[in-house]
Ligand binder design. Structure first.
Ligand SMILES: Cc1cc2nc3c(=O)[nH]c(=O)nc-3n(C[C@H](O)[C@H](O)[C@H](O)COP(=O)(O)OP(=O)(O)OC[C@H]3O[C@@H](n4cnc5c(N)ncnc54)[C@H](O)[C@@H]3O)c2cc1C
Length: 352
């Protein structure tokens, strides 16, 4: 192993294993690897890769990532930009390298509402706008005001206001419209000082026994507890959380397809679960489709399998390779397609 040092102090290392930098714990090495703790280092790393015509991949907490077994033949740049600054009136400017759940804990402790249901989501602050993370009735887009980015096309630093980020369900400018063009270094949030917790989500309401007088901290604690039970909280030694969270997106279908879905599932018309997703559209839980197609919790007898506590999480039970996960993914996608005629989409990013 050797390392290059560039003027800003950025250390570029060679052949760094990526598996330990992901929650899946899967994947080969990065040919080159560096951590950027400042914006100057981000720009420097981009220039270094461009001068060598190398591909560049931006890494956060590695919690929405599946790395191929051969690794990545370019530069992996981990964003470590730190800092949480309060600008008053519920505004916060946060470095992309901060750990998301630590930020949530901090602001919830300061009675700032808006992210309490997103407690326990792994990864970095910079990763949250990328797929517009969401859980328990909240999405990060509801509280993001702006995102500061390095534009790899124009080589300029830009502040993108919320509207320009084009947030949708698990989508944004950053992962769909122009993937890989922008490197997020800071995110501006506007929270609600003294605001009430969001209790829109039916499962959460049930769990809280219909109580509405709860503090933000107790709602965040319940969310973490539900996550822990489902293996959706990172807990050392828990094999069910060696995953990338939900592996499939919930498909959005037109209302007139619901009858055919019910027939294929062998249930009464009108009993297919779902959430409204725009005019004439409904989001159907992918977990429900998987279960009806025979892919239940604990499915799979190899090193890759479905979590024993969450149908949507594919897990590395120990020693799984990316090929094992992709095989399981293919089996599930084919099974759901055969049963329901719809193709499920993978949520995590595939690198390599
Ligand atoms: C146990 C578990 C539970 C989870 N639960 C949820 C959940 O409830 N809801 C949910 O939405 N997600 C969930 N996830 C998925 C994941 O935690 C989120 O998507 C998270 O925001 C990913 O952030 P990250 O920093 O780990 O990104 P990474 O996995 O490192 O990267 C993911 C993508 O974002 C890009 N990216 C990361 N940082 C930057 C940056 N600074 N600038 C530009 N691009 C960047 C990467 O290039 C890559 O394309 C879960 C994952 C796990 C393992």
């Amino acid at each position: 192993m050797y390392s290059h040092s560039v003027p800003t102090g950025l250390q570029i290392q060679n052949e760094i294993p990526l598996a330990p930098l992901t929650t899946f714990g899967i994947g080969g090495p990065a040919r080159y690897f560096a951590v950027a703790d400042t914006e100057t280092q981000v720009a420097e790393a981009v220039a270094w890769a461009e001068q060598r015509s190398l591909r560049l991949f931006i890494l956060g907490g590695g919690s929405n990532l599946l790395v191929r077994d051969a690794g990545f033949d370019g530069l992996v740049l981990r964003i470590g930009v730190p800092g949480v600054e309060s600008c008053g009136d519920g505004c916060f400017e946060v470095g992309a390298g901060e750990i998301w759940d630590q930020f949530v804990e901090r602001v919830v402790g300061q009675e700032m509402a808006g992210v309490e249901c997103l407690a326990g989501i792994p990864g970095s602050v910079g990763g949250t706008p990328v797929q517009n993370v969401g859980a328990y009735g909240q999405e990060v887009a509801e509280t993001i005001e702006w995102v500061r980015v390095f534009d790899r096309r124009s080589h300029a630093w830009v502040r993108l206001e919320k509207g320009a980020c084009r947030f949708r369900y698990r989508q944004s400018l950053f992962n769909s419209d122009e993937p890989e063009r922008y490197i997020v270094t800071r995110v501006g949030f506007r929270l609600r000082p003294g605001g009430r917790p969001n209790l829109r989500y039916a499962d959460l309401q049930r769990r809280l026994g219909g109580r509405e007088d709860l503090s933000l901290a107790s709602v965040a604690a319940v969310v973490r507890e539900i996550r822990r039970e489902k293996g959706m909280l990172l807990v050392e030694g828990d094999a069910d959380c060696r995953s990338a969270g939900s592996f499939f997106k919930n498909p959005v279908v037109s209302l007139d397809r619901l009858e055919a879905i019910a027939a294929a599932a062998g249930v009464q018309p009108g009993t297919v679960p779902g959430w409204p997703a725009g005019v004439g559209l409904i989001k159907v839980p992918a977990a429900w489709l998987l279960e009806r197609a025979g892919f239940v919790k604990g499915f799979g007898d190899g090193p890759a399998g479905i979590s024993t506590r969450h149908t949507l999480a594919l897990t590395n039970r120990g020693g799984a390779t990316c090929a094992d996960i992709e095989r399981l993914q293919g089996q599930i996608v084919d099974g759901v397609k055969e049963r329901f005629g719809m193709t499920l989409e993978r949520e995590p990013v595939l690198l390599g």
